[in-house]
Design a protein around this ligand. Structure first.
Ligand code: FES
Ligand code: FES
Length: 232
């Protein structure tokens, strides 16, 4: 091709057409590419086989057992001290672990729900030092030394929290999936002083989505607790 390209007056179509009727012993460009590819494949395969043949057995075994991944993850883990529902925990977590995954996957506190995992639905709401937080958007390591309250920690032993009782009384749920997050938000809403009217409650509960549409009953439950003046 280099030779031809230096001859601008030659018609390439004629050249390749004539090569299609090539004489024995002449190799076309297409055939050249095919030979080069199979040669490359051969070299790749033989290099791989040679590499495997000279790799020590211990290294192969380590790769098989994924020791490197386990070693790396043990190095990556960070110590974390938290108080969760009144109990102190000394933990070891990967820096990328969210508070939600720590609660659900590592501590089996599955009352806190994972809805969207993107900060859109409020199902994962918990309290951190008394303030509501979306646990799916919060890294566990950011909570060092803090007090976490989940729905499991709201009741006083067998005695339900007033907001839990009000949700039952007013039928503030259907499937119940959003309910732990709704209740945690509802308690925070009253503590924040944002439950003075139905409109205000709707506004400050708007981050908690209920796919079953139990909103009117949820508002009634919150109004009752607020008006009852009970400690929340
Ligand atoms: S799971 Fe956290 S906001 Fe939806
Ligand atoms: S009760 Fe079903 S999503 Fe709210």
């Amino acid at each position: 091709m280099v030779f031809y390209s230096k001859m601008p007056n030659l018609n390439f179509e004629i050249i390749f057409n004539s090569m299609a009727n090539k004489k024995p012993g002449i190799t076309t460009e297409k055939e050249c590419n095919g030979i080069n590819e199979s040669r490359r494949d051969f070299l790749k395969q033989s290099s791989l086989l040679t590499g495997l043949a000279i790799t020590p057995a211990a290294v192969l075994k380590a790769a098989e057992e994924k020791w490197d991944e386990e070693f790396a993850s043990s190095l990556e883990k960070m110590p974390l001290k938290l108080e969760i529902n009144g109990v102190n925990h000394d933990l070891s977590v990967e820096p990328r672990t969210t508070l939600l995954d720590l609660l659900r996957e590592q501590l089996a506190l599955t009352g806190t729900k994972k809805g969207c995992d993107y900060g859109q639905c409020g199902a994962c709401t918990v309290h951190v030092n008394g303030k509501r937080v979306l646990s799916c958007l919060s890294l566990a390591v950011m909570q060092q030394g803090k007090k976490i309250t989940t729905i499991e920690g709201l009741a006083d032993g067998e005695k339900l929290h007033p907001m839990q009782q009000a949700f039952i009384k007013h039928d503030g749920f259907q499937c119940g999936y959003c309910t732990p997050g709704q209740i945690m938000s509802a308690v925070a809403c009253i503590r924040e002083g944002h439950a003075n009217s139905e409109a205000e409650i709707r506004e400050f509960m708007s981050g908690n989505i209920c796919r079953c549409g139990a909103y009117p009953n949820i508002v009634d439950a919150i109004m009752e607790v607020k008006e009852g003046g009970q400690q929340v």
